[in-house]
Design a protein around this ligand. Structure first.
Ligand SMILES: *Cc1c(COP(=O)(O)O)cnc(C)c1O
Length: 362
């Protein structure tokens, strides 16, 4: 079986070059006579792998020196608790914007530890847009301000960040980290599960401004305290060694592509192929407000449930898989992360055209 175009929202496609290099090194990494999986995380060879992961990430994201990079476990979902536990150091107040299922889970978790204001929500329209914010509503003495920069399920993203002044901006970037250039210094904390755009599941990257470490609530479990991991270079306990290794290969791959700027250009090109087609189609409809459209996750629908199903089934016969939309949105969703080649997107759009010719009524 040849490789398929995998439009999964996550875990998702990895660059073929990365998989091939990992395969080459699978049983004998760099003449050690063992796989990375079998290696002590305390060994010199492994220290070089994790250092290289961190340094390459710092390089491609241009991370300032006063930020720590942590390699943690528990997925992005564990950050929903770690953020409030670690950042509710003063007023125990935080502002949140509800832009989808992941924000909602983060809000529910934060409410266990402090006073949460949900400043705006797009739940009224199934999260198909990013709600407008009024600066007058912002809590002046909030410990932090929380957003989900890209909403994986609904296909929206922030194109403009809220100006939170001195209140640290916290961002769940699980599904758009490394997809476009960002200014890390605008954020207090950035976190992302790896399995969308960075590597295999199992590792969660946290990029945190140093002054936000060390003020955790007293009840914070040792393993959920950023200070624990920051003090020990993410080696307080055994880190997810193999996931970090693959992530380091992905970071190098991005560098080889010309860095995030080049990757962003390609991502825009890929997304526009689909959006242009959706905007002109009489059969397919995009579900998201144009100004808030994601570069990574593109939901769209056909007029009937039968056509949706037919589209998904026939796509799979053509080696395009995992196009089924999230159950709360229905229809289709094409997740086109960094590793999706432009050929995959072109193949999809050509298939959409053909499908419209055969099933549209023009
Ligand atoms: C996938 C996803 C999560 C959950 O990630 P886990 O690693 O499975 O906990 C959280 N937030 C966003 C935006 C996601 O896309």
């Amino acid at each position: 079986m040849e490789r398929v175009y995998n439009f999964s929202a996550g875990p998702s496609m990895l660059p073929l070059e990365v998989l091939e290099q990992a395969a080459k090194e699978m049983t004998n990494y760099n003449n050690t006579g063992m796989s990375v999986m079998e290696m002590s995380h305390r060994s010199k060879v492994y220290q070089e792998i994790i250092d290289s992961a961190e340094n390459t990430l710092r390089d491609i994201m241009n991370i300032p020196d006063n930020y720590k990079v942590l390699f943690l476990q528990g997925g992005a979902s564990t950050q929903f608790a770690m953020i409030p536990l670690n950042l509710f150091g003063k007023s125990k107040k935080a502002d949140y914007v509800n832009t989808g299922a992941w924000s909602k889970k983060a809000i529910a978790e934060a409410k266990k530890y402090g006073e949460v204001s949900v400043l705006a929500s797009s739940e009224d329209k199934t999260y198909t847009y990013i709600p407008k914010l009024d600066k007058d509503d912002f809590t002046k003495d909030a410990d932090y301000f929380y957003i989900t920069t890209n909403n994986t399920i609904y296909g929206t993203k922030y194109n403009e960040l809220p100006d939170t002044g001195n209140v640290p901006l916290v961002a769940d970037m699980s599904s758009n980290i490394l997809s476009e250039e960002i200014d890390v210094s605008k954020f207090g904390v950035i976190f992302a599960g790896a399995q969308k755009n960075m590597g295999p599941s199992g590792v969660t990257i946290v990029i945190i401004r140093e002054d936000l470490i060390g003020n955790a609530m007293d009840i914070t479990p040792t393993m959920l305290n950023y200070k624990t991991h920051s003090d020990k270079g993410s080696m307080f306990n055994t880190p997810p060694t193999y996931s970090i290794y693959i992530a380091s290969l992905v970071f190098k791959w991005i560098k080889d592509q010309g860095g995030i700027k080049a990757v962003e250009q390609k991502n825009k090109e890929k997304a526009m192929l689909i959006y242009d087609y959706l905007d002109n189609s009489k059969l397919f409809n995009g579900t998201v407000a144009i100004k808030d459209r994601s570069l990574m996750n593109i939901p769209f629908v056909l007029p009937t449930e039968e056509l949706n199903e037919k589209f998904i089934t026939e796509a799979a016969d053509l080696n395009m898989v995992n196009l089924k939309g999230h159950r709360t949105v229905g229809g289709m969703r094409a997740s086109i992360y960094n590793a999706m080649p432009i050929e995959g997107v072109k193949t999809l759009v050509n298939y959409m055209k053909k499908f419209e010719e055969e099933n549209g009524n023009n």
